[in-house]
Write a protein that binds this ligand. Sequence first.
Ligand code: FAD
Length: 268
Amino acid sequence: MCGLAMRARAGWQRWESELGAGRLLGAEGFIAAGAPGNTDALEATTAAMADAGAAFSWLDGSEINARIPFVAAPWDAGVFDPLGGSLRIRGALDALARRAVVRRCEVVAVADDGATTLADGTVVRADGVLICAGVRTSALFGPLGERFAPHTRFTYEGAEATGAACLSAPEGYGLPLGGTGRWAFGQEVPDPAVVRALFPSLVPVSRIDCVTVRAPWLDSGGDGWTVARRGHVVGFVGSNLMKFGPLLGELLAEAMLSDTLPSDLVLN
Ligand SMILES: Cc1cc2nc3c(=O)[nH]c(=O)nc-3n(C[C@H](O)[C@H](O)[C@H](O)COP(=O)(O)OP(=O)(O)OC[C@H]3O[C@@H](n4cnc5c(N)ncnc54)[C@H](O)[C@@H]3O)c2cc1C
């Protein structure tokens, strides 16, 4: 996964120049912070990064604070990934949409031969159909082993967050929202007391209620995907996919243009 993320990073940089969309991948860096007294998960992370040839450095609590000045860091150790950063997703989606013909319609069924039925009864046909419909993928493709659990992410103001490092910690994950100055922090079960203790100067200004994926094919960090084929149809679903976007686009396009799935797309 680390090697694939590095290839995807090169893809984000390529999109920056090819799409003329300005900065899409921030240079903030990413910190994985460990539970106090337990660095086992971080050791595993650095082992994977070393295997993939990724740069990293260890941080102590004060060094974490230097990179996220408004956090009251309870962690005594973290791993800093200098290549990680905050993605400018709205800019990326707008730039991509300008390059493609986007037709909005609701699909209700996809047959093995590629015949695709829309909600208004129209049937469209293609040599190949890729289903990547997030929470609706299994309903359209067939079971892929995933289920969905609630997830909430709040947006905060109160300190200048632009330039702060992205964060993954036992309490949740956080990131600066591009150059807006705002900070976002997500947790599976929102715990305002924990967030207040971590970020005493921040106040919530909005929230997103969404889902997180659970599946046997995800790695210990909750990242991963699965892909399957039935007839002319490929079904694809996964978790924490955004960082892999440019790479997944290429691999899925390759899958649609051949009879076999590219080996990098088949994780399990
Ligand atoms: C708050 C939040 C934070 C995240 N943070 C990160 C992160 O830091 N790093 C990371 O890598 N990932 C992150 N992710 C995860 C990432 O956004 C998802 O993994 C990714 O968007 C999944 O892409 P997808 O194309 O599979 O599904 P989706 O993004 O859900 O897209 C599916 C699309 O299919 C459409 N659709 C569904 N059903 C139908 C139908 N019947 N007919 C027609 N269209 C249909 C939907 O409208 C939607 O446009 C985050 C997600 C959230 C919500």
